[in-house]
Design a protein around this ligand. Structure first.
Ligand code: SAM
Length: 307
């Protein structure tokens, strides 16, 4: 089996390798890394919502799309370790709310669905319902708001993160992403457990960072914030990740999160421009391109922006 040549290979600020490949991840990922050598995959495939990607047509017949997501999970199954986690982020259009679930059900024929996490992008909290101890001075509405012109549908402020494992029994590091107990009545409980933190639960408020210039600051139509993969890696357990992967890496949020945490990473995307943006973001973060690795010249020939 011929190993693909990386589009770019970098060393992250904590010394961990980051390998980015241009090409079809469904065939490429199992050729790029050894079976069972990936412990955590955090990924977001296209959602089949006619998004204008550079190199991918996001408008397939629905049934074909669902089957394709299943085939993408086959590629993950080939490289994931027995105790590995696949965090699959998918959002639905208000007019087709079943699509993420249909895709998840397809993946569920290969993996066990262990958790369903709700990625909340925006939320409104009434001061009165938050309770006095929270100290809100007024009602709160925070996060990304995408207005929707409709008399039928509500603005969609959330997406799913389906957490799949092979057995449904993979232990997680829940307190690594835990939150402090708020309620004084729980003091006794957390003192006896030796920790003042509790499980965060499955609703994660992760807003997008506010940007000024879309084309420069986020040149991709459908990203997730870096905090999302970071939280998934921590939840799986940083000490148990030998390598993380993302078959649909886009402009590199999952790569950046891995590099920040010192987790070795491999990612794929069809689009060279997205990958170049990912490389630039990684370099801004302190990642460097090693000059001594074999193949650097070939990679530079494919991607002249590499130094
Ligand atoms: C939802 S986006 C992922 C964005 C990414 N999470 C980020 O934050 O930048 C899906 C990506 O999948 C890529 N893609 C589509 N089909 C692919 C394939 N067969 N192999 C690799 N990448 C693919 C698209 O180019 C697009 O960048």
């Amino acid at each position: 089996m011929v190993r693909p040549v990386p589009f770019a290979s970098l060393t992250g600020p904590l010394g961990s390798p980051v390998d980015l490949y241009q090409g079809d991840a469904l065939s490429g990922l199992p050729r790029a890394v050894a079976p069972g050598s990936v412990d955590c995959v955090v990924t977001s495939p296209p959602y089949n919502r006619k998004v204008a990607y550079g190199a991918y047509d996001d408008d397939r017949p629905r049934a074909e799309y669902v089957r394709w997501v299943g085939r993408a999970s086959d590629a993950v199954a080939k490289v994931l370790s027995p105790e590995g986690s696949l965090f699959l982020n998918i959002g639905g259009a208000p007019s087709d709310p079943w699509l993420p679930w249909d895709a998840a059900r397809e993946v569920g024929t290969r993996f066990r669905l262990q958790n369903v996490i709700h990625w909340v992008k925006s939320i409104a909290i009434d001061r009165e319902l938050a309770g006095k101890q929270v100290g809100l001075s007024g009602d709160l509405a925070v996060g990304h708001y995408k207005p929707l012109k409709s008399r039928r549908y509500l603005h969609s402020g959330h997406e799913y993160i389906f957490h799949f494992t092979r057995t449904g029994e993979v232990e997680l590091d829940r307190l690594a992403v835990g939150v402090p107990y708020q309620d004084a009545s729980n003091v006794e409980r957390w003192q006896s457990s030796g920790s003042n933190r509790r499980c965060r639960g499955n609703t994660w408020f992760l807003p997008y960072r506010t940007i000024r210039f879309r084309a420069k600051d986020r040149p991709h139509p459908a990203t997730f914030p870096v905090e999302l993969p970071e939280r998934c890696y921590r939840l799986h357990g940083l000490g148990r990740i030998r390598r993380a992967a993302d078959p649909f890496v886009g402009i590199g949020a999952s790569a950046l999160a891995a590099a920040r945490l010192g987790v070795p990473f491999v990612g794929f995307d069809l689009d060279a421009e997205y990958l170049s943006t990912a490389v630039a973001a990684l370099r801004k973060e302190g990642a460097v391109v090693p000059t001594t690795t074999g193949g650097t010249d070939r990679r530079r020939a494919r991607n002249p922006t590499l130094k």
